[in-house]
Design a binder for this molecule. Structure first.
Ligand code: COI
Length: 356
């Protein structure tokens, strides 16, 4: 059990209206912080007023990006109870990213206690309207003040909270995605499956160019053959081809092992769909489109939930899906997942953790 010191904010912020939330633009009154020193381990767990963090300019995170993060959500039920969705999966993934980044792991029970305690203190910040939630962003960064390239001996683990609406401005409206042919996100053996800021930094230029051309995101292809589909950066991707659900497998370590991805696979299998986790080439998608068997495509992610894809554009070749409308499998997944998350349906899968 962590001994968390709590220092309450003297002045509380005014809360934004539910219909003006957007994604990740507002932050609550408090944050969780815990420090690590080699020889001492994690120590000094505290919840303090939300505010700037002071770091030495030589702190290693600024120079060598030894940093990682997670994303999960707290939801308000209609009886005003607050609940988390599969936090154990996010904590396990955080620790797997820690191992890849030579960062000391945080004991899973301590991480869960920190999340629950902070969310409980901020429960009034969990928004009420349909489709809204409180996004939880845990992150760890290297703070040792020195410039040699090796793992830091000091870290901070911080959790901040942000009331959010939909990730995309259009909500559940199908998004347009550009197939990225110039840049790559990762290669086998790299950090593709780790949730590190560096992956997102490397994606920005492609993302910016796609946005300038009217696309919401880019579809990353594998960095070696430039042929197999990896993911969309902020989402994992699924395709429905001739009634079967197909999604890139985790085997090459190129893509993030998404919690929403895993949950969709489990639900689809339970409902009797065939789900194939395997290599999916962009040529296969073009071919399925041409012969009329590409029924649907959607992205999955904590932030985006289920995001139908209306079009992929591959260097001017347009793959239009389901007439640019949400398909039945995407809709069914969205309805069922969100019903569980918002406590409107029974927790048949055992995925819900209440914040008492
Ligand atoms: C999430 O879905 O939680 C993500 O981390 C995606 C993105 C906002 C970075």
């Amino acid at each position: 059990m962590l001994d968390i010191r709590i220092e309450k904010a003297a002045v509380k912020k005014s809360k934004p209206a539910d219909d003006s939330l957007g994604f990740g633009r507002h932050f609550t009154d408090h944050m969780f912080i815990m420090d690590y020193d080699a020889g001492q381990g994690w120590h000094d767990a505290r919840i303090v007023p939300y505010g700037p963090i002071s770091l030495d300019p030589s702190a290693m995170v600024f120079h060598y990006a030894q940093e990682l993060f997670e994303g999960l959500k707290a939801y308000r039920r209609s009886d005003d109870g607050i609940q988390l969705f599969r936090p154990d999966k996010n904590i396990a993934r955080m620790n797997s990213t820690c191992r890849r980044m030579c960062v000391p792991e945080v004991p899973a029970e301590d991480a869960l206690q920190a999340i629950k305690t902070l969310v409980d203190i901020e429960r009034d910040w969990v928004p009420h309207s349909q489709g809204t939630s409180l996004y939880i962003r845990p992150f760890i960064f290297a703070t040792e003040p020195q410039l040699g390239v090796h793992p830091s001996k000091k870290y901070s683990f911080v959790i901040i909270l942000s009331p959010v609406g939909s990730y995309y401005a259009g909500g559940l409206a199908p998004v347009k995605i550009r197939v990225e042919r110039k840049y790559v996100r990762c290669v086998k053996g790299g950090t593709g499956e780790a949730k590190v800021g560096g992956n997102y930094a490397a994606s920005l230029l492609g993302q910016q160019e796609a946005e300038e051309n009217g696309y919401a995101q880019v579809l990353w292809l594998d960095g070696i053959e430039r042929k197999y589909i990896d993911e969309v950066g902020a989402m994992n991707v699924f395709f429905v081809i001739d009634g079967k659900v197909v999604t890139p497998s985790l085997a090459d370590g190129n893509i993030l092992p998404g919690v929403t991805r895993a949950s969709c696979i489990e639900l689809l299998k339970k409902w009797g769909y065939t789900v194939e986790e395997r290599k999916v080439s962009i040529d296969e998608i073009r071919e399925a489109y041409e012969n009329g068997t590409l029924n649907e495509s959607f992205g999955t992610g904590t932030a985006a939930v289920i995001s139908p894809v209306g079009e992929y554009n591959d260097e001017g070749y347009s793959i239009r899906i389901n007439d640019g409308k949400i398909g039945p499998i995407s809709q069914k997944l969205y309805d069922n997942l969100t019903a569980m998350q918002w406590g409107k349906a029974a927790d048949e899968m055992g995925w819900i953790v209440p914040v008492e």
